[in-house]
Design a protein around this ligand. Structure first.
Ligand SMILES: [Zn+2]
Length: 436
């Protein structure tokens, strides 16, 4: 006796309407106002008779958690995780209203359709389907929509981790981070990456102190000069590529799939890094100078000068060690190095039943698709779960081309209705494998 067949046409229509509505809810962060998203999601859950809890760190930065209880015979819950906030936009650069939720030419347009309200709706439908179809669950299925991911998660998953850690207790998490692409390494081939690891942010401020004075009389204790010399050394610092096991596995699998035409030796990886900034970044400890601050007037020598460095360490690299290396490179005791924000997390394993299920369900739809593990240059909320030892995976089962992917945090962000349908179908089957 199976559950009734799923009417995917009807669900796709429903999901399209929901995503359009969701886009219209202004959760641009800052300031966030994620309570609006929680209120809207809560109304949908109310209509389905599903209880939920909201968690309030203050300031309207609510997160929402709903749970369909399972019998527990397969262990701890599976969490479907999404964030409800979106990044700001430059309205003049868009051809559509970024918060208009327009549906046109087969796409839902607007900020957050890709990052990540679209995936939020895919997860919501998967969750609701279990209730509507009365599908048996051998573990709890949790729908978790959190605030503040785009600004560091202080009021979102980090708040839950601090104040309500029991909510995060789970066997697996599915989150943003991976996804399907019609092209990989310049080769046209459907490929899906499953995010298993992320670089660790280590945000630093370099600060130089000196003696102020009149700009007309230069002296050798100018804070700006000290800082510039330090930055010059940082720029000239030649750091080696240190691809970790996940990165090597990624290239090995691309080689086996015939996409990479040469064995992925260190030389080949170095060549790829030269032409692909993202694949270079995941192989090394990277440094971007992102802010500079010094001086008050054109003719006044500043007493302090600061540079902000966005450092990202390869997974597993020790932050203390990196800061020591940086100190040696700068070689100037007058330069203070302040650690502003850091996070380091272990990778999620590749040999779990969820990883296998995601691969299998993608291949069920796209027989010849390559499914590879990936390391992300950026970080997501997955880090908080990985930190707790919970395997979290970036798995957005939609298939987009390079022109779509460039719209994440960019202009004219959009998700096709077809992708919404595809995502719901693949995610639903994956969840059945893990929870059924
Ligand atoms: Zn995101």
């Amino acid at each position: 006796m199976g559950a009734p067949a799923i009417d995917w046409d009807a669900w796709t229509e429903q999901a399209t309407r929901w995503l359009a509505d969701y886009v219209r809810i202004d959760t641009v962060n800052p300031p966030g106002n994620e309570w609006r998203a929680c209120e809207w999601l809560g109304a949908i859950l109310d209509a389905e008779g599903i209880p939920y809890t909201t968690y309030d760190p203050g300031g309207g930065r609510l997160s929402l958690v709903a749970r369909l209880p399972g019998d527990g015979s397969r262990g701890k819950p599976l969490i479907l995780l999404s964030h409800t906030d979106v990044v700001p936009f430059e309205r003049d650069e868009w051809t559509m209203d970024p918060l208009g939720g327009e549906v046109r030419d087969g796409y839902i347009w607007g900020r957050g359709t890709l990052d990540m309200k679209g995936m939020g709706i895919i997860e919501l439908v998967t969750f609701l389907l279990h209730r509507r179809q009365g599908l048996p669950l051998k573990r709890d299925l949790v729908f978790m929509a959190v605030a503040d991911e785009e600004a560091g998660s202080t009021y979102g998953v980090e708040f839950l981790d601090r104040e309500h850690p029991e909510v995060l207790d789970s066997a697996f998490v599915i989150n943003e981070g991976g996804g399907g692409s019609t092209e990989v390494l310049g080769v046209e081939r459907n490929s899906f990456s499953i995010g298993v690891s992320e670089k660790g942010p280590l945000w630093l401020t370099l600060r130089a102190h000196g003696r102020p004075g009149h700009g007309s009389v230069p002296h050798d204790d100018n804070a700006a000069d000290h800082l510039l010399r330090a930055l010059r050394r940082v720029q000239d610092w030649h750091r080696p590529l240190i691809p970790g096991p996940e990165v090597k596995e990624y290239f090995r699998q691309l080689y086996e799939a015939g996409i990479l035409d040469r064995r992925p030796t260190m030389e080949v990886l170095a060549e790829i890094a030269e032409t692909n900034p993202r694949l270079k970044s995941v192989q090394m400890n990277s440094i971007s100078v992102t802010m500079l601050r010094a001086g008050v007037k054109h003719n006044v020598i500043p007493a302090t000068a600061e540079a902000m460095l966005d450092v990202r360490l390869v997974p597993g690299y020790d932050a203390d060690r990196f800061v020591e290396e940086l100190r040696v490179v700068i070689n100037d005791p007058r330069i203070e190095i302040e650690r502003v924000f850091e996070s380091s997390t272990p990778s999620s394993p590749l040999d779990t039943e969820l990883y296998a299920a995601m691969t299998q369900e993608v291949r069920r739809v796209f027989e010849d698709a390559v499914v590879v593990p990936s390391v992300s240059a950026g970080f997501t909320d997955s880090r908080v779960f990985r930190r707790r030892g919970v395997p979290a995976y970036g798995f957005v089962p939609t298939l987009t081309g390079p022109s779509e992917q460039g719209r994440v945090h960019g202009n004219d962000e959009r998700l096709s209705i077809e992708n919404l349908r595809l995502g719901m179908q693949i995610l639903h089957r994956t969840v059945r494998v893990i929870c059924g």
